[in-house]
Each structure stands twice: as structure tokens, then as C-alpha cells.
Design a protein around this ligand. Structure first.
Ligand SMILES: Nc1ncnc2c1ncn2[C@@H]1O[C@H](COP(=O)(O)OP(=O)(O)OP(=O)(O)O)[C@@H](O)[C@H]1O
Ligand SMILES: [Mg+2]
Length: 455
């Protein structure tokens, strides 16, 4: 029943080991065994264990030390300690430090039932945890498995049921509109309308009459009454896209509408009640706009009850393979061609790109690759990227996973190449002039140019 649990048994005495082995057998779990506590401490730092079984008295470390380290590095791990000569004092100390069990070393029943309880509790917790749900890597049409995207799935689930405004911020093409739709589709308003309006796409006066509606005669050409977007979405949700482009005057009117739940159509003297959930998206940092006095602080606070920040694709490259598969499936279907897969070199090329246009750009690149590819596998040459946006070496490499000197080397080589290449082009390829400008010897310039294949 608990066969999937990962258990570490830190063994000291023969009697402790025998008891633990029998108890583990009884609950149907296998354990990894180490004889030396020091080895256990190494393992705890590196691996996730569900349960650690140790003894109070071991050769190099006490059970209490093992417990402290386990709880520091892996607070989720359950620790059960065996004691040959148990005392109330030790029991209190151990349990108050977070142990899940404290058992006499000859009490088989106590250990087996303690393990059962711990494992049952863990099984229940993992069952509840959304991170282990099968639809893990996609939610509401949003595809991704990176920690940040999973965090966004959870946030959407959490905020969808309420009517609180949500501010979604992220670069262009990161999926802000998709997230707004997912919030609406998972809310009790899902059967009412979801309307999106892009504040950047309309001149101010038009935007106002689109949002709030107008009365006949409000301006030349207003021959009939027209219901505004906020009113037509009554009971539903409205996405105010690129809200940073809205004029400050319109921001004030919007603020009133949000505060009072009422709007005033253009040319009207009467207010109209509206019940909409406000969602807003922006690819500019609204708080910075508040600081530079381009966005009203009151409206910012009003909108930003819940904030979802969508990171750019280059900061969550682990989503690229999944998204690629998703778009291959979608567009092979749309284009009516055989299902294609992506080759290793092509995938490497996708992973090395900077993606300034984020997921939207990836989708376009995949669609083009499907059309260009001749066989069932997408090759590197089918992946056509905007070269000027290719990631630099230091962006491709995970600098922080390297030792300092190696990371410095990567950045230095990149700098040398960029510097000398520009230096040479500015000096019209003349070595003497390049040396004078830079203060480098002609020989050094020559060496760097040669190393990087510069002409
Ligand atoms: N995580 C994702 N999974 C699947 N498709 C995605 C994802 N993110 C974005 N897309 C797709 O990429 C395109 C752009 O997404 P969307 O329009 O939501 O971006 P946006 O952040 O609103 O961009 P903009 O700021 O330019 O309006 C859409 O076709 C969308 O379906
Ligand atoms: Mg958008």
C-alpha cells in the first residue's frame, strides 16, 4: 500500500536494524540503508526522503542531531527515532523538535503502527496536493510544467471563485489573455460573458464610449443609444488589456465604476448598475508607471488585489519542450498534415533562443517549421529564428551552476568577441587604428579575432 514511499534507515545497532526491517516488511515498504550517520547526513541534503528512521544513540551523531539536520534541509520529511532506553525527557525533546515518532527499540507493534500512521498521513497529503494531479502540465488551455507556471495554475484555482480583481503582468506573448480566460472559465461566472478590450487599440474618446456606452445625441453620429462593454458583460468578466495605455482621465472614470459598481454612459445623466469582475493585463510594470505618475495609484491598488506575474519564456525554458509538443499537435491538426515530432538538434536550437516574443513567437516558429519540414521529424534547419535575438553564450549557460572562474570565463570570452568585433568594424578593419583606439596591442587584437573567427 505504501510501496512508493522512500525510506532511509540509519542503522546503528543490530537490534534496531532487525526491528526496523521487520516493521518495514509489515507495512510493505523497502528502505535504503546506511550504516554511518555521516553518510545519512549527506543523503538527506541531496535527496527527498518520505521517512527517516534513526536511533537515539549512534556512533557519530545522536538521533537528535539527525532530526535537526533532517528538519532543516527537508522540513517535510518525517523522522521516527528508536531508543533502547527511552525516557520521558527524551520523548518530550524529540517530539518538540518535530519528530513524528519515538519508539522503544524492542517494541515492534509501536514501530509498525507509527510507520503506518506516518505513511497514511503522507499518502493523504499527496492525494490532496494539486501538484500531483494528472492535468499537471496543462490547465485551461495553458501549457507548462515549470514551477512558476504550476504556481500560476494554483493561483488561478484559488482566485477564480471570488470576484476580486486580478492584475496580470508580463511581457508580450506570455499568455496573459489566456490566464484571464482561465480565471473566467473556472469562476461561477463561466456561463456569462467574458469580454476583452484593448486600451491601446482605440483613441481615448472611442474607448470611453466603448466601455461605458452612450446615449443618443451624446455626440455627432450617436443616432441611437449604445450599450457599453461593461454593461454587456453584466454578470460576467471584463479583461482590460494593456491597461497602462489608458489616459489618466479614463482611469478615474474606471476607478469610480469599480468602486461604485455603477457606470455613467456618455451623454447620460443617470447611472447604471453593473456587476462585472475586473481583470486587467499589462506588459508594462504598472507600479513603475505609478511612480512616474503615469498611472493612478488608487486604481493600481484597486486592480492589484491579486497579482499574477507571468515570467518571460526565456526564464522558464523547461516549458519549451511541452509547448513545442502542444503546438505541433495543434498546428499539424489545423494544417491537415501528418503528426510531426521535433528532432534533438531542432529542440536544442529552440532551447538556445531568447524568445523576445515569448510563447506567441514560439507558436509561430513551430507553425512555420511544420510547413518547411519535409519528413515526420522537425530538423534544426526547419526552425527559423530571428538571428539577432539568439541568446548569447552567457544567457544560454546557467552561470550560477558553474564555479565563479568558469562563469567569469564564459562572460569574458563573450565580451572579448563583442568588443573586438565592434572595434574592428569601427576601425574599418585597420589593425593600427584598432590598437590605438583600444589600447590593446595589435597582437592581442589579432589573437582575439582569430580565436573567435572574426575577419
Ligand atoms: N502557456 C501557454 N500555453 C499554450 N499557449 C500559450 C501559452 N502562453 C501563450 N500561449 C499562446 O500564445 C499566444 C499569445 O498569448 P496571449 O495572447 O495570451 O499573450 P499576452 O500575454 O496577452 O500577449 P500581449 O501582451 O501581446 O497581448 C496565444 O495564441 C496563446 O494561446
Ligand atoms: Mg494580450
Amino acid at each position: 500500500m505504501f510501496g512508493g514511499a522512500v525510506v532511509l534507515l540509519v542503522r546503528a545497532s543490530a537490534s534496531g536494524a532487525t526491528l526496523a526491517a521487520r516493521a518495514l516488511d509489515a507495512v510493505g515498504v523497502k528502505a535504503r540503508k546506511v550504516a554511518v550517520p555521516a553518510e545519512a547526513l549527506e543523503l538527506i541534503r541531496g535527496d527527498d526522503f518520505d521517512v527517516i528512521i534513526g536511533e537515539m544513540k549512534m556512533d557519530e551523531a545522536t538521533g537528535l542531531e539527525l532530526l535537526k539536520i533532517a528538519k532543516t534541509f527537508r522540513p517535510e520529511t518525517d523522522v521516527v527515532l528508536l531508543d533502547r532506553s527511552p525516557s520521558v525527557g527524551a520523548a518530550v525533546r524529540v517530539l518538540s523538535q518535530g519528530a513524528s515518532g519515538y519508539v522503544t527499540e524492542d517494541n515492534f507493534d509501536a514501530l509498525a503502527s507509527s510507520l503506518r500512521a506516518v505513511l497514511a498521513k503522507r499518502a493523504l497529503a499527496s492525494y490532496d496536493s494539486p501538484a500531483r494531479e494528472p492535468e499537471d502540465s496543462s490547465f485551461g488551455g495553458i501549457v507548462g510544467a515549470s514551477d512558476c507556471v504550476r504556481g500560476i495554475f494554483q493561483l488561478i484555482r484559488k482566485v477564480a471563485p471570488s470576484t476580486a480583481p486580478v492584475l496580470i503582468q508580463g511581457e508580450s506573448g506570455t499568455g496573459k489573455e489566456l490566464i484571464a480566460r482561465a480565471i473566467h472559465d473556472n469562476s461561477p461566472r463561466r456561463d456569462r460573458r467574458f469580454l476583452a478590450i484593448n486600451s491601446a487599440s482605440l483613441p481615448e474618446t472611442l474607448l470611453e464610449s466603448e466601455l461605458f456606452g452612450y446615449r443618443r445625441g451624446a455626440f455627432t453620429g450617436a443616432q441611437t443609444d449604445k450599450m457599453g462593454l461593461l454593461e454587456s458583460a453584466d454578470g460576467g468578466s471584463v479583461l482590460l488589456d494593456e491597461i497602462g495605455s489608458m489616459s489618466k482621465q479614463l482611469q478615474s472614470k474606471l476607478l469610480r465604476a469599480m468602486e461604485e459598481g455603477e457606470i455613467m454612459p456618455v451623454g447620460s445623466t443617470e447611472r447604471v448598475k453593473v456587476d462585472v469582475r475586473f481583470l486587467a493585463a499589462s506588459n508594462r510594470d504598472l507600479w513603475e508607471m505609478v511612480l512616474s505618475d503615469e498611472f493612478r495609484k488608487e486604481l493600481y491598488y484597486r486592480l492589484n488585489v491579486i497579482e499574477i506575474d507571468v515570467p518571460p519564456l526565456r526564464d522558464r525554458k523547461e516549458d519549451i519542450p511541452l509547448l513545442t509538443e502542444h503546438f505541433l499537435r495543434k498546428h499539424c491538426g489545423d494544417l491537415g498534415v501528418q503528426q510531426k515530432s521535433v528532432g534533438k538538434a531542432a529542440l536544442r536550437k529552440l532551447l538556445g533562443h531568447r524568445w523576445p516574443g515569448n510563447v506567441r513567437e514560439l507558436e509561430n516558429v513551430i507553425r512555420r517549421a511544420i510547413i518547411l519540414s519535409k519528413g515526420p521529424v522537425i530538423l534544426a534547419r526547419d526552425v527559423q529564428l530571428q538571428r539577432s535575438f539568439s541568446a548569447s553564450a552567457s544567457e544560454r549557460a546557467d552561470l550560477l551552476s558553474m564555479p565563479y572562474h568558469k562563469a567569469k570565463g564564459v562572460v569574458e570570452r563573450e565580451f572579448q568577441k563583442a568588443y573586438v568585433s565592434r572595434l574592428l568594424s569601427r576601425s574599418g578593419g585597420k589593425m593600427k587604428e584598432a590598437a590605438q583606439r583600444s589600447g590593446l596591442s595589435r597582437q592581442s587584437i589579432h589573437q582575439i579575432a582569430k580565436r573567435h573567427g572574426l575577419k
